[in-house]
Design a protein around this ligand. Sequence first.
Ligand SMILES: Cc1ncc(COP(=O)(O)O)c(C=O)c1O
Length: 443
Amino acid sequence: MRNLEVGMSRRGFIGGTLTAAVGSLSGHLVEARAPASGGQSPMPALSLDSLKPTGALDEAYWWKVRSQFNIMDGFTFMNNGTLGPMPRVVFEANERCMREIMEDPSNGSRAEDVDKVREKVAGFVGATSDEIALTRSTTEGMNIFAHGLDWKAGDEVIFCTHEHGGGIGPYTTLNKRLGVNIVHVEIPSPPRSIDQIVGIYEKAITPRTKVIMVSHITYVTGLVTPVKELGELAHRKGLLISVDGAHPVGMLDLDLKTMGVDHYAAAGQKWLLCGTGTGVCYVKRDVQDRIWPLMGPPGDPKRGARKYEAFGQRDVPDVLGMTAALDLQLAVGKKQIEARDRELSTRFRNGLKNIPGVKVWTSNDPSLSAALTLFTVRDIPMANVQKAIMNRDRIFVRTMGTGNLNGCRAATHLYNMPEEVDRLLDSIKYVSENASRYTSTVG
Ligand SMILES: Cc1ncc(COP(=O)(O)O)c(C=O)c1O
C-alpha cells in the first residue's frame, strides 16, 4: 500500500471544519481533528477524557490518538528512539506555561509545581517522590550516578559493547581520571535467552567489580535486557546496578519497585513525548547516601533526590508540561501503549522475515525485544538504505552503525499506524530487490 496519504492527510478533512475524518481504514471513520502540516498553527488538542478508551482498541481509536500529533501530512516518522514528537496537549501545556512566566516572571521557578510533577513521575514509574530527580536528559542522570559514587583506582565497572555514549561517557572519564577499569561484555545479536545474558555478566564479575551498568533497552538493536535478573545478580554479589533507561519509560509498562535496581536514568523527550530538556533520574532511597550530587552542595538528606538538581535555573515550561504527557499516557493506558508499540514492531519484524536479503538483528522474543528493530538490507550501506526509503516513501528511520553492526533502526510508537509499517516493509522490499541501484549511489 504505497499511497498512505489517502488515509492520513487532510484530504479527509472536510471544508476546513474543525471536526473531520482523519482516519479512513477498513471502513473506520474517526471523528477527530485534522493534523497540521509544516509551519501551520495546529488545531487544539482533544480533551484527555476523550482519549480514554471506552471499548475495543481498534484502528479507529488509534487514528484518534494519531490525530493528536502535528506530524506532517504524508510523512512517516519512525525514529522515536531519538526524539518523540510532542502531542498537542503537551505542546499546549508548555506554551501556556511559557506565556504565563513571560507575563509574570516573579515566580518563574514554580518550585511547588515542579514538586507536583516529581510526585506524578514517581507514581508513574513506581517510585517515591524523594527518589526522583527531574533532570535535563538521560545523559545527566547517568553522570549523576557514575560521578557521584566514590571510586578507587582498580575498581571495575561492567557494561556491554552496545551501550550509548550518554551512559559510557562518565566511565571513560573515570577511567582516565581515577584509573577505574572498564570491563566490556559482548552480548550476541540476538541473544538466545535471559539466562545467557545474565551468565555473560556473571562471568565478568571479579572481586574489584563495583557496578554493572546496563541499558534496559539498548539503542543499537533494541534488545530488552533482563534488568531485574541482573539487579538480583548484582545485589547477590554486593554490587550496584545502574540502568540507562532512555527508552523504556513511556514504551513499557514498567514499575521500578519490582525491578529492584539502584539507579535508573530516563529521557523525557523520547517515549514519554515530553519537551526536550527533560529527564528522570531515580536513585533508590537506601543508596542515596553513597551518591554525591554532581553539582552544588552535598545536600540535605531529608530532601532526597532533589539534591541532584542543583544545576541552576531550569526549563520550567518543559518540566511542567510533563504532567500533560503523563496524563496522556495514563489516559491511553500504560499497558495499552506497550501492547500497541509491540504489536506494530512484531508486525514489522514478521514482515521483514519474508523479504529476501534482509537481516534482522533484533530478537522476536517479546522478553528480549520491544519497539525498536534493527535491520540490514544485503550489503547496502546503511545511509543509502535510509536515504532510499526516505526518497521513495517519505519514511524516516535512523541509521545505526557500531562495531560489526551497520543497519537502520525503526521505532514504533503509539502514533504510528499499521499502514506505515506495511509501507516501510514495501519500501525495504523494493530496495532489496533493486540492490544494485543502491550499493554505491542512491536513486
Ligand atoms: C540508550 C540511550 N542512552 C542515552 C541516550 C541519551 O539520551 P539523552 O539525550 O536523553 O541524554 C540515548 C539517546 O538516544 C540512548 O539511546
